[in-house]
Design a protein around this ligand. Sequence first.
Ligand code: PLP
Length: 386
Amino acid sequence: MNSARIYLDHAATTPLSPDVLDAMQPYFSQDGYNPSSIHAEGRRARAAIDAARESIAAILHCKPKEIVFTASGTEADNMAIIGAARAARVRGKHVVTTAIEHHAVLHAVRALRDEGFEVTLLPVDANGVVEVAGFVDALRDDTVLAAVMYANNEIGTIEPIAQLAQVARERGVVFFTDAVQAAGTLDLDVRALDVDALAVSAHKFYGPKGVGALYVRDGTPLEALIHGGGQERGRRSGTENVSGVVGMARALELAGGQRSETNVRVAGLRDLLEAKVTAAVPRVHVNAQRVARLPGISSLTFAGVDAEALVIALDLAGVAASAGSACAAGSLEASHVVGALGGAAASGGTLRLSLGRGTTLEQVERVAALLPPLVAAQREGAVLSV
Ligand code: PLP
């Protein structure tokens, strides 16, 4: 990437860490063998997968055999939701999730609906937080699965996972959390969270794209979605992505080592950015500002502004940002997350600026100076074109 450009789209993806690439490199070449092979070359690849699994399990505080490697966060989400619901369908056919989940979850539950499951979509409050009382009320005798994301990818809100999971456990409901945005930033201790399943994706924490992992608590019934050679204890067939898995483990280790320091620094930069923008731009609303949220995501709703046009104007000015979320394959649809918040969040164009490890004070100051004239130009343009 051109170094003069400013990348504020870390929630869409993060650049691969050079240390992670170094760890992966041998598995593209001299050690790139099939871990299922019996020979020494294959055993070396197997050992690398085993070591990565142990390292990830240690970070999640689970057993290595409770980790299933997948080809994305999306696949991990689908595996947990469809796999757990199908495995439990004799007990009941009701699933609970929230209105602000990623499409990887929402479209997976939509697929379950087509199989005859009933789905309750929980609303969120104006800050994007799921209310525990509403969750309790939504659980029924035939509820078999609940899926609530750990942290939201558009507004950064952190959900009360441990509290929700405890309720689910008391009611015998399998609890899954999509931790794709949380991983690398928040604690992933599955015992403290008390979840039955948790999904992560390496490219959100400076690892490679196309590799994810699903934690599934020992004893949680799960039907496989991908059938074949029986890899991953039959839960996910297919020759393992050895370099990807090695990279994911290294990326998670590195993220853990610098988490506290990076979170404080990035949150400080985000707060500064928000303070400068709100001081200089009238009619702007900072979403989820007063609740627990990820340090790196700033969601700003500008009244009278088209978010896509603002993203394009920023891009032309050298800043990579996103409108709502970039995870819907460049879709121009209004964000379902912002829609679910209602109020000020839904009455304008919402810009997501997501900061990361490489974000500097100078970059934040440049963006804070760029935004007021760009927003003003958008508003004038909007008035002129009426
Ligand atoms: N869940 C959340 C919350 C996300 O932000 C993303 C990002 O794209 C995904 C799931 C999908 O992960 P992946 O891009 O690895 O398929």
